[in-house]
Design a binder for this molecule. Structure first.
Ligand code: ADP
Ligand code: MG
Length: 392
């Protein structure tokens, strides 16, 4: 992977525009989790120390394009960021006609998704954004898999474009983990739906030595092995795909283990009573909401034997205490293992926080969708655009 990096450029006196991922949770006009803002601080400080006039860009949520939506304004982000940086961060509501920013100053442009043409990667919009800066820095790994005006488009038209330190580090870590991994290599893919992760499962099967499925995904595999899953979340339409993946694993001399035991309930709720059942004893009125304790022990042992672990997706409804034990066991096993471990995914990160295991994981990816697409072996459009500029 070859592209220009921010630390290779002289930023002094330049208008430097950084595409950030400031898509943070808000409640009543306040930032409730500022991990993404804190992650961006070193890049911002580096650019300021380098003598840049800074213009920051980000999206927030999913507004209707072409409409200003006060609920999805970046105003709370500007306020919070200003506190973290200990200097004013000016929010610009209308910024496409021109940005006035001095060396040492930081301005934050209002939500890029308020602009028509952002999502469709409109060339006129991309050129307009590009014209606002001397150097464009792509530092939002979490959006690198989307070809949009403020990600891929602007890279093609900016006077200079490079990768920021967060993006560079992320790509470096993922590449090192996946290209020459310590064996055996284990992937744990949980979460709600096979359909959203079918291509990931397929591509992982070709690279890893072992694959563990969990959550709603495991339910489809349980059904594919001929067990009744009652009222569980599963995808009957994907049973054939699950069977094909199981066969594929066998052909490679491995297997996709089916949980021995599961935790079930009669309703999807945090107060539902939990029962442990053998996987072949799930009742027609029950839902599988977690892996059982015997399965947790089995999976923890597989994790201890692995040289590399890639983790995406909780293995149960960890948001409900009664159904969190399986995901906690996986998280704890990864934390204490000596394997090189990589984790990614929105809910996976929430689980890592909840079980306080971040320090025991070698690398935590900030990108949900981008992480999965990278693992699938897909090219990320914004990264591809940086590479294309570099080779020109
Ligand atoms: P990530 O964001 O980490 O990629 P997903 O979005 O694919 O993960 O899936 C996370 C969700 O899957 C969680 O909200 C969790 O409650 C849900 N989930 C896990 N196991 C089950 C299950 N057995 N039944 C229903 N939902 C489940
Ligand atoms: Mg999710």
């Amino acid at each position: 992977m070859s592209f220009l990096r921010m630390d290779e450029l002289d930023l002094s006196g330049k208008r430097v525009m950084i595409r950030e991922d400031f898509n943070v949770p808000l409640e009543a006009g306040r930032v409730t989790s500022d991990a993404r803002l804190r992650a961006a601080i070193p890049t911002i400080k580096l650019a300021l120390d380098g003598g840049a006039a800074l213009i920051l860009l980000s999206h927030l949520g999913r507004p209707v394009e072409g409409q200003h939506d006060e609920e999805l304004s970046l105003a709370p982000v500007a306020a919070h960021l200003s506190g973290l940086l200990d200097q004013p961060v000016r929010l610009l509501r209308d910024w496409l006609d021109g940005v006035d920013v001095q060396t040492g100053e930081v301005v934050l442009c209002e939500n890029v998704r308020f602009n028509p043409g952002e999502k469709s990667n409109d060339e006129t919009l991309a050129r307009a954004i590009a014209s606002l800066c001397d150097i464009f820095v792509m530092d939002a790994f979490g959006t690198a898999h989307r070809a949009q005006a403020s990600t891929e488009g602007v890279i093609r038209f900016a006077a200079e474009a490079c990768a920021g330190p967060l993006l560079s580090r992320e790509l470096y870590e993922l590449e090192s983990a996946l290209t020459d991994p310590q064996r055996p290599m284990l992937a744990i893919v949980g979460g709600s739906k096979v359909s959203s992760k079918l291509t990931v499962l397929e591509s992982l099967l070709t690279r890893v030595d072992e694959l563990i499925v969990g959550g709603g995904i495991a339910n489809t595999f349980i059904a594919a092995s001929g067990h009744d899953v009652g009222q569980s979340l599963y995808e009957p339409g994907l049973i054939h795909d699950a069977q094909r993946l199981i066969r594929l694993a066998h052909e490679k001399g491995g297997e996709i283990p089916i949980p021995k035991d599961v935790v079930v309930a009669k309703s999807f709720s945090k107060d539902a009573d939990a029962y442990v059942r053998s996987v072949d004893e799930v009742q027609p009125d029950e839902l599988i909401l977690d892996i059982g304790p015997l399965t947790s022990v089995d999976y923890a042992a597989i994790i201890q034997g692995a040289g590399t672990v890639i983790w995406n997706g909780p293995v149960g409804v960890f948001e409900f205490e009664n159904f969190a034990a399986g995901t906690r066991a996986i998280a704890d096993a990864i934390e204490i293992s000596n394997a090189f471990s990589i984790a990614g995914g929105g809910d996976t990160l929430a689980a890592i926080d909840q079980f306080d295991v971040a320090d025991g994981i070698s690398y935590i990816s900030t990108g949900g969708g981008a992480f999965l697409e990278y693992v699938e072996g897909k090219s990320l459009p914004a990264v591809a655009a940086l590479e294309a500029r570099f080779s020109r």
